[in-house]
Design a protein around this ligand. Sequence first.
Ligand SMILES: [Zn+2]
Length: 303
Amino acid sequence: MIAAGIDIGGTKIEVQGFATNWTLSARHRVPTPQDYDALVTAIADQARWMDAEAGHPLPIGIGAAGLVDPRTGLAITANLSATGRPLPRDVAAALGRPITWLNDCRAMALSEAVFGAGQGHRCVVSLILGTGVGGGIAFDSTLLPGPLGVGGEFGHFAAPAHLVQEYALPVRQCGCGRMGCFETYVAGPGLSRLAKTVTGQDWTPEAIGASRGTDSGAAQVWDIWCKLTAELLHTLTLVVDPDIVVLAGGLTHIPDLVPDLERYLDKALVLGKPAPRLALAQGGDSSGARGAAFAAYRESVDD
Ligand SMILES: [Zn+2]
């Protein structure tokens, strides 16, 4: 084995070990503790478990939801009991060696750029459409770094006023504290809220996806969602002009998402230019851990 990646979610912590050719060699999953000290111990124990499998200490990359302020080292996270705590520093101390820490969306973006749907492209944007909206930008198989660590928080762009006004959409407070972020409309819960606003009924994202060809209410909700998401893709195109946008997250299980969004993006794009290619992520659930492991491996080689 050459590196390990740890994916930390609200319910499970999974470590994956990778062979020289980056195939998965071993994996081990434990529940995510709710207590902070137990969380730190559990993450360090997962790294040690994989070290024992490998027979030597591995470069450890960790992908976790939320942000770490690079100036203070303190975490801000909605689904781990670690907000205001120096989680990466404490894990490294518990393990007794440095680790590489990434936001989980950035870990997935790196993995897709290097191993997945973005392979062979220079500028790869990943957009994750799940319970939240996030992503990352990789250029030449390297994540664009930044002093605040927020590059890729695409869900917190402001939604376009013309669509909010046209469809009389409520402007809600986002989990980030700001008003009217894209995430409040185009994440999974946002899609269900759009449906409630438009049809007055409760719809799951899956039901909207499945019924959009047969139910006029679902079709209208889907039309608005595609317009909003195409605007987000349009903004990303104007900012970084990617070769390809890789889509991931729960909403990408909706059939024919890619051709639908391509049509809407073509209509949204300025300058009469062709839209960037859209593709579904290839790495599945294991993508984030592999991206984190790759980042750690590369840091270890660079040192
Ligand atoms: Zn927000």
